[in-house]
Design a protein around this ligand. Sequence first.
Ligand code: NAP
Length: 325
Amino acid sequence: MNIFVTRVIPQKGLDLLIEAGFEVTQYTEKRELSQEELILACKDHDALLSVGPNKIDENFLKQCSHLKGIALMSVGYDNVDVEAATRYGVPISNTPGVLSGATADVAFLLMIAVSRKAFYMSNSIAKGEWGFFEPTVNLGQELNGKTLGVFGLGRIGMELAQKCKAAYNMNIIYHNRKPNDEAEESLDAQYVSFENLLKQSDVLSVHVNLTPETKGLFDHTAFKQMKPSVIFINTARGAIHQEDDLLQALQNKTIWGAGLDVTNPEPMEPTHPLLSMPNVCVLPHIGSATAETRDNMAVMAAQNLIAVLKDQEMPQAINPEVFHH
Ligand code: NAP
């Protein structure tokens, strides 16, 4: 049996697949495959290891319903029509947990970097602006004892909350659809309404999944309800915030600063005005980009494919009901 892999992935994942006796075709060009090209490639393969934003939608699934399984090398699966996958009997897996620490690190990094205007100040050296010392200019803000608001206190949100509690004894508030008992017990986290999350957070960090309910939720109306001193962080998906509204909120000083690992669209235009603002730090979607985490993601994706190709349930299936029909 053979597997199509859409990008160059860590060797550890490939080795597992090869040792298990499967043939692997790895797409190595540094260009996004169109959906037609991906469908064509999948026609000759039994399973797919999908890396990147490939759309696994109704059209793809209809034409590739022969696939015995699709393993995503990501935890987010907003690019997948899960209902259609289940209808066509195609099991799909993701990589939860193994990237939580690395992604929370990036949210933490952005929080501190924004609070001290770090990227802007670093760039100012290259622009020849490191000159006369002015004690009242370009000041940041302290994080000690401040309130962290987590929108989506799941695996990654929890890791960030733990880091913020340990480093700065921050007070943790959060909003999910249902309370997180573990966080309330171990971190004294407090469940609040979405409206109160907006009103009370000193740092508001977004960790929800991108769904029709969360798409575009951080817009003009949401930013208006936040404290003028708030730092807004998004490491989840760019489409959860309205980028023009965010830019306006920063320009009008409706909010204080922003740290983004995800933008809308990606990649961000190199001339985007957010990139030159003092209180803004933007990274090019590097949440899971450590050698250890990428190895673990590739291994987990490979293990899911090995299971399904050996007629077993995928351990990280996002539509496990496929196996119970
Ligand atoms: P997770 O454990 O499922 O956490 C998501 C949290 O969001 C849950 O606590 C969930 O709680 C809450 N939630 C979901 N929908 C909600 C809604 N409509 N309103 C309020 N709360 C909602 O997921 P995770 O592993 O932490 O990953 C979160 C996201 O991070 C992924 O979906 C992905 O998009 C993103 N991510 C980005 C990177 C990067 O490179 N920047 C890396 C990894 C992941 P309830 O179910 O109780 O609502």
